[in-house]
Structure formats: structure tokens, C-alpha cells
Design a binder for this molecule. Structure first.
Ligand code: NAD
Ligand code: ZN
Length: 380
């Protein structure tokens, strides 16, 4: 594959999410915002939609989206919510729903979720409950949202008792992933999203992981061809899993590789700037590989290969940088037990037999996990 930066040289890719009457297309390409009107027109009952975005994205990109839609004869209104996880709250939801109603959204109208995962989750959930359900389209603007949160229909907000505990499955009618929007994304956010890209290689596609080992730097440099390949391959993987298990009764759980540990680390560090989601997932995936090796489930050296790749692209693979914010091993385990993925008192771990071979294991004795966590906490 040759890499280049010329956006016009790259035709868009389309990935279908096959869910019967709830099927939709993911459009992936450079400067795809220019085609948003053409993609949206057939989905609209009347030429009007409301864009939901956050303050950062509004400043950088809202005018472009509005201009394109207006040029296609679509009238727009915009609701701008404060950037950050705090908007995924009851208050944020109530304020957004009221603003959408005030903007005149009717049952047959479309809401456009224009932002990262926070906007996708919040606007998606508002769409699920507003007037008992209106349609929405995801226009993701972070790498994490383009490869993960905008696909699959999980929407929701946080409760004081935990993240994403209030929500609904509500599939979008289309996803428009404009890769050019990622150029304004802070480096750290781009890298964090890249951790989720690596996840798809690790859970089911060792050839993709090998490709990432060679082309990861091009992806992070937003080189056109490499970025499109990475996003399209990730979306294809997620679409296949979602099509097989829309509401996570089985294989969709594999998408949580690294997340049982990752969520515990995020919770312990207060969901703040010290550790953002993708960084927690990078550490969590490295831990899942180390635990798998320790239990003899995968060949020695596999974890080292994974951490070498993540580390070479500036992602953390152990807890030493956040060590002073963490409780002891028993404390971490207690946080993991609170996570919604603990079923019937048993902790489920996504473990690996090798790169690209993931499975769920529930019977690991508590002492083994405590011993593992203690060693992780002591690692330099
Ligand atoms: N629904 C799902 O399946 C799913 C999956 C994974 C994560 N999530 C959720 O996604 C959220 C995290 O998403 P995120 O990482 O995209 O965070 P985010 O939405 O908070 O975006 C990160 C930051 O980047 C800014 N930003 C967004 N696009 C930008 C751009 N193009 N240029 C410059 N700045 C930009 C935002 O304003 C924000 O400050 C979490 O709430 C998580 O729970 C949901
Ligand atoms: Zn994640």
C-alpha cells in the first residue's frame, strides 16, 4: 500500500451494518462532510434537521456542516452542549431534550450527532426517548467515535452509580465518518482512539494487527490511505460483531477486551485528565495479555509484542504513571466487581489464546486475580 496525503486521491469506503429493518451504512472518507447533504437527503421526510454538537467541535467545524446542508436545501438548527463527559448526565439529557423540542423536532425528523463519543451517546439517547423515538445520524469527529462509539447503537448517559448505566439500544440511520475532521483532534485524543483500532486486531484479526505494526505511525499521522484502511477495517469488524449480536448476549462482549481492567483504572483515577478512556483500554489490553500468559492460555512473548506496539506509539501499557492514584489489589478488584460486566457475582475476563483469538473466561479464582493485580501494581 502506498501512503499519501492527497485527500482527493482516496475514494470513500462504505461498510454496511446488517440489522434487517434497522440496517444502515457507514460512510468513511476524506472531506466526506461535503457529501453530507447528498447522504442525508434520502433519509429526511422534510428538508430540515437539528445538529447536536459540543463547544469544541462547534467552533472548529459546525459552520462547514451547516453550509453544506444549507447548500443542499436542508434547513438546520444547532444545539451546542458543553464539551466533556459531564454532559452525559441526567441534567445534560434533560436540557438537550428540551432544546430539541424547542427547536421543533418532530417524530419524523432526524437529529445529527456531530462530535465525539460523548455527543454520540447523549444525542443518540435523547433521540431514543424524544417523542418515543426519533431517527438520528452519527457524524463522529474523534477517532474513538469513528471506529467504535458511533457504530452499533449503544446510547446512554452516566448515573452517579456508574458510567453508561442509563441507556438504550437505538441504531442510527447512517454514520458519516469524515477522516479530515481528525486533523484538528488533539494528539492525545487521536492516540487514545488508536487503542480501540488496535483492539480490533487483537480480538479477531491478527493480519490487521501485523498491518498496524507496520502502518500505525501513518495512521496517527492521518495519512489518507492508511487512516481510511484503519477506520474501515475497524468499522467492518464492529459491524460484523454487532450484526451477530445486537444487544450483547454473546460475542459482542469480546469488544470489551481490556475494558474490565480499563474501566477499573478509569474509575480509580476519577474519569479525569490523568487517564482518558483509550489510554485505560491500552493498559487494560496489555494486562489481559499478561494475565493470559500467566495463566498459560497464550504463548510466552505475546504480551511483549502487544505492549511493544502500543508503547511505540506513545500509549501506556502499565499502571506505573498513575500508581499513586490507585488502591491496592483488593481495592481494584472491588471496583471491578462493581462494573456492570460482573455477572451473577462472577467476574468475566476477556482473555486471549494469541493475537486475534479472544474468549470469555469466568472461573478465575479470586486469589489468582489478586496476585496478578498486586504484581501489576508493583511493576515499574
Ligand atoms: N456507545 C458506544 O458504543 C461507546 C463505545 C466507546 C465509548 N463510548 C463513549 O464515548 C465517550 C468518549 O468518546 P470520545 O473519546 O470521542 O470523547 P469526547 O466526545 O469527549 O471527545 C474528546 C474531546 O475531543 C473534542 N473533539 C471532538 N472532535 C474533535 C475534533 N474533530 N477536533 C478537535 N477536538 C475534537 C471534544 O470536544 C472533547 O473535548 C465516553 O463517554 C464513552 O463512554 C461509547
Ligand atoms: Zn472502549
Amino acid at each position: 500500500m502506498t501512503d499519501n496525503n492527497r485527500s482527493d486521491a482516496e475514494p470513500p469506503a462504505t461498510v454496511e451494518v446488517a440489522l434487517g429493518p434497522r440496517s444502515y451504512s457507514i460512510h468513511i472518507g476524506h472531506r466526506l462532510l461535503d457529501q453530507a447533504g447528498a447522504i442525508l437527503r434520502p433519509l429526511l421526510k422534510r428538508p430540515r434537521c437539528v445538529i447536536v454538537t459540543d463547544g469544541h467541535v462547534a467552533v472548529l467545524h459546525l459552520q462547514s456542516l451547516e453550509a453544506v446542508l444549507v447548500a443542499s436545501g436542508i434547513t438546520t438548527a444547532a444545539v451546542v452542549v458543553p464539551p466533556g463527559e459531564a454532559s452525559k448526565s441526567y441534567e445534560g439529557l434533560s436540557s438537550l431534550c428540551d432544546q430539541l423540542l424547542a427547536a421543533g423536532v418532530e417524530r419524523s425528523d432526524l437529529v445529527i450527532a456531530f462530535g465525539g463519543g460523548v455527543i454520540g451517546d447523549l444525542a443518540g439517547f435523547a433521540s431514543a426517548v424524544l417523542r418515543r423515538g426519533v431517527g438520528y445520524v452519527q457524524v463522529p469527529t474523534t477517532l474513538l467515535a469513528q471506529v467504535d462509539s458511533s457504530v452499533g447503537g449503544k446510547t446512554g448517559i452516566n448515573s452517579a452509580l456508574g458510567k453508561n448505566l442509563i441507556g438504550a439500544f437505538h441504531q442510527p440511520q447512517a454514520v458519516i465518518a469524515d477522516l479530515a475532521l481528525l486533523r484538528t483532534l488533539p494528539d492525545r485524543e487521536l492516540r487514545a482512539g488508536y487503542a480501540e483500532v488496535v483492539k480490533y486486531g487483537l480480538i479477531g484479526d491478527s493480519a490487521f494487527f501485523t498491518w498496524l505494526e507496520a502502518h500505525g505511525p501513518d495512521v496517527l499521522a492521518c495519512k489518507a490511505e492508511a487512516l481510511k484502511h484503519a477506520v474501515a477495517t475497524s468499522c467492518r469488524a464492529k459491524a460484523a460483531i454487532v450484526a451477530a449480536d445486537e444487544t450483547e448476549t454473546g460475542p459482542r462482549a469480546l469488544l470489551n477486551l481490556g475494558h474490565t481492567f480499563g474501566h477499573a483504572l478509569e474509575a480509580a483515577t476519577g474519569y479525569g485528565d490523568r487517564l482518558i478512556h483509550g489510554e485505560a483500554v491500552a493498559i487494560g489490553m496489555a494486562m489481559a495479555f499478561r494475565l493470559s500468559e500467566r495463566l498459560g492460555r497464550c504463548p510466552p512473548g505475546t504480551a511483549a509484542r502487544v505492549t511493544a506496539h502500543l508503547g511505540s506509539l506513545g500509549l501506556p501499557t502499565g499502571v506505573c504513571a498513575i500508581r499513586e492514584l490507585l488502591p491496592d489489589a483488593a481495592g481494584l478488584l472491588a471496583i471491578m466487581r462493581h462494573d456492570k460486566k460482573a455477572r451473577a457475582g462472577k467476574l468475566a475476563f476477556i482473555l486471549v489464546r494469541g493475537i486475534g483469538e479472544t474468549y470469555v473466561e469466568t472461573g478465575i479464582p479470586e486469589e489468582a486475580i489478586i496476585g496478578f493485580l498486586a504484581d501489576e501494581l508493583a511493576m515499574r
